[in-house]
Design a protein around this ligand. Structure first.
Ligand SMILES: Cc1ncc(COP(=O)(O)O)c(C=O)c1O
Length: 374
């Protein structure tokens, strides 16, 4: 019998589960008088801002643009430094470079893989303007420690929430703490579009106004550019789809958490590290990332799982500070945790449409591997 392949994420399953709502939403946009920005984008901006608990939402083209425009919106640019992590999607650092600022990369905490507050403190210079915290895998960074550090040093906190829709810290949504927070709606995310989309949220009206200009050629009114800008408008088709999916997000997060609990119970007695959930946090389980002893074991397990029709992933195999593209373009501190993680982490399939039996199949593969390690 051939079992269907389980990938780390399955955006098509998400569409098929919600097809009866998504298809009419797409049709509504097709009938609209204009296909650029407009009421579908404005509605989703308001819904997403309300969900996270921030006053202003600005829909943009993707999560990388969201970081770029968030930083520009705060007036951060050439000559400024932004502290962030190397253990993240390249996109995080690309956004900083797009703003013209210098990325300063620091190590992560070994428990949550999010930015080490101590390392961030050690990297602050007179040119530091912001800390860009990534809530990696769906677990919030230590927002409390970061806010204290930022207010002590007079710098801004920016949250990269691309992987953390629905995560909470002290009962508040990730994305509601920083001066500005950024989201990606890349199809595999907890809230995923059927194409590219992103958003910036902010509590500051002036910053929101500036980002609205920046996303559309700096236009104050059509054809009048007040400042230099770009084109990063959210597509109304994606906005309409995201409005549908946002209604299901709380249930999807619950399902992700239930599947994560099932994994945790089944894998508890194996020689692998399981995701941690810090006491005052709610993990949104964008990814279920386990950790093994060394790279040989990780790569062996990944290969072995293919025999169970399971495609595990690696987030991330190449730290950004070691990527050729960034040689000489950023500063990086000691990276012991980041470099060890790159060789030992493995992402198991996790998405709301998975069945319990799917998780059991992945787990039986992992258990069998450790029973007969290659
Ligand atoms: C942590 C992180 N930041 C930023 C991004 C960029 O998002 P996008 O792919 O929408 O540009 C992603 C997603 O790829 C991400 O995972």
């Amino acid at each position: 019998m051939h079992e269907p392949i389980l990938n780390v994420a399955d955006p098509r399953a998400s569409y098929l589960a919600l097809k009866a709502e998504i298809d009419p939403a797409i049709s509504d946009v097709l009938q609209a008088p204009s296909y650029i920005l407009g009421p579908f984008v404005e509605r989703f901006e308001a819904e997403m801002a309300a969900y996270v608990g921030m006053p202003h939402g600005i829909g943009v083209n993707n999560g990388t643009d969201a970081i770029h425009l968030a930083l520009r919106g705060l007036g951060i640019g050439p000559g400024d430094e932004v502290i962030t992590v190397s253990h993240t999607a390249v996109a995080t650092v690309a956004g900083v470079r797009m703003a013209g600022a210098e990325p300063v990369l620091v190590d992560v905490d070994p428990g949550t893989y999010t930015i080490s507050v101590g390392a961030a403190r050690g990297a602050i210079t007179p040119r530091t303007k912001a800390i860009l915290a990534v809530h990696l895998y769906g677990h919030p960074a230590d927002v409390g420690g970061l806010l204290e550090l930022c207010s002590e040093k007079g710098i801004r906190l920016v949250e990269d929430c691309a992987q953390a829709h629905g995560a909470t810290f002290d009962g508040r949504m990730a994305g509601s703490f920083g001066a500005v927070s950024t989201f990606s709606f890349y199809p595999t995310k907890n809230l995923g579009a059927i194409g590219d989309a992103g958003m910036v949220l902010t509590s500051e009206a002036e910053v929101a106004d500036r980002i609205k200009l920046l996303r559309q050629y700096g236009w104050e009114t059509p054809q009048h550019s007040l400042i230099e800008g770009w084109n990063s408008r959210m597509d109304p088709l994606q906005a309409a789809i995201l409005s549908v999916k946002l209604r299901h997000l709380p249930a999807h997060i619950e399902r992700r958490r239930a599947l994560a609990a099932r994994y945790t119970a089944a894998l508890a007695n194996l020689p692998i590290g399981l995701p941690e959930e810090v006491r005052n946090c709610r993990h949104a389980y964008h990814l279920f990332v386990v950790r093994v002893a060394d790279e040989r074991t990780r790569d062996g397990l990944r290969e072995y799982l293919r025999g169970f029709a399971v495609n595990a992933g690696i987030h991330y195999p190449f730290p950004v500070h070691l990527q050729k593209a960034y040689a000489g373009k950023l500063r990086a501190g000691p990276m012991a945790v980041t470099e060890a993680a790159a060789g030992t982490v493995l992402s198991l399939p996790l998405y709301p449409e998975m069945s319990d039996a799917d998780v059991d199949r992945v787990c039986s593969g992992v258990v069998a591997y450790f029973a007969h390690p290659s």
